[in-house]
Design a protein. Structure first.
Length: 311
């Protein structure tokens, strides 16, 4: 067995993250799982074992995120990996939602909270003899991909909207929750790119799980279901059961486990995509990001602008 490691994970209270965390734990690794509510924390404690634990923080509130970072720093915790997997989208809703600090919710949770965590925890991570950062992005960051072609494309423009706490990162109107999600996943990749550039010894692994629509009421499409229950039920049935365009949640979790543990992962930045080849057939492989997600100057600018928003 590989060395036992300590991983801090966001987004392990449900979906792909939870299934992957269970697999990591079965192999004896110690997990610190961030949950946003006492209810989610209690559920998570129900399956965590050994020295694994839950810390409470709503990623929509930077004060709570910072409190966790500071507590871990103060205790000088040993950390081997950071898995930034939490993510939300509320496509289908017209009304913009805001974080505790008055930032658009999708960008605040999916990107800014994660940058804040990285800023605080990087010194602990870099002390590990085999540190690793894994970030769950999505192919929709890429306007040329299957999912990225549907609706308004990802694109951060000159970041003027982000700087001004506007609804959209590029400052455009009207608000579009689907584009905000695509933009947040582009931010995930740019942050990964920038961190790999600044810390060449740190493997930074970004990935896209493919479309994952679990059965049941929880999961990634829960907010969209509120806006359009019938449409989402139909979408789930057609995409998952009829056309077989989706990936099984357990398979997505297996892929994530591999990205976390495989000793053969390359150093520096890499992007892995679980691409749909045909109904029921995916191929998981290292892939190119969109041109915008490969723009190192933009990655550095995004880091800087985000840093000013999260401190
Ligand atoms: N499903 C897909 O088709 C798909 C495709 C591409 C990429 N992804 C990405 O995959 C990742 C996991 O998604 P999933 O499909 O497993 O969805 P999920 O079941 O909805 O899991 C999302 C996780 O993020 C957590 N989270 C959301 N908002 C949070 C907040 N404010 N504070 C703390 N935690 C918060 C959720 O916590 P709660 O349990 O408290 O809600 C949950 O643990 C996401 O980054 C998503 O963008 C998913």
């Amino acid at each position: 067995m590989a060395d036992l490691q300590h991983w801090l994970i966001t987004g392990a209270s449900s979906g792909i993250g939870r299934l992957a965390a269970e697999r990591l734990q079965q192999q004896g690794h110690r997990l610190t799982v961030i949950c946003r509510s006492q209810q989610r924390a209690d559920q998570t404690l129900g399956w965590l074992t050994g020295e694994s634990r839950v810390l409470l923080a709503d990623l929509a509130d930077l004060d709570q995120v910072q409190a966790i970072g500071h507590a871990l720093l103060e205790k000088d915790e040993a950390l081997d990996g950071l898995l930034l997997n939490a993510g939300l989208q509320y496509a289908g809703h017209r009304q913009v939602r805001w974080s505790a600090q008055g930032l658009e919710l999708t960008i605040a949770v999916n990107h800014l909270a994660h940058q804040r965590l990285v800023m605080d925890l990087l010194p602990l991570l870099l002390r590990s003899h085999a540190p690793r950062l894994v970030i769950t992005a999505s192919e929709v960051h890429n306007p040329a991909s299957g999912g990225g072609r549907v609706g308004r494309p990802a694109g951060l423009g000159d970041l003027s909207g982000l700087k001004k706490h506007s609804e959209m990162v590029n400052g455009e109107r009207p608000f579009d929750a689907d584009k905000a999600y695509k933009d947040s996943k582009l931010c995930n990749l740019l942050m990964g790119r920038h961190l790999a550039e600044r810390h060449p010894q740190l493997p930074v692994i970004c990935w896209s799980p493919g479309l994952v629509i679990p059965r049941g009421r929880d999961g990634f499409f829960r907010n969209s279901r509120e806006a359009n229950p019938l449409g989402q039920a139909l979408f789930g049935f057609v995409a998952r059961d009829l056309l077989r365009l989706t990936e099984h949640p357990q398979r997505a979790a297996e892929l994530l486990e591999r990205l976390v543990l495989d000793p053969a992962m390359p150093s520096g930045f890499s992007y892995w995509s679980n691409t749909l080849l045909a109904p029921g057939r995916h191929r998981f492989e290292r892939a190119e990001t969109s041109a915008e997600a490969a723009d190192e100057a933009k990655a550095a600018r995004l880091w800087q602008v985000s840093e000013q928003l999260v401190v």
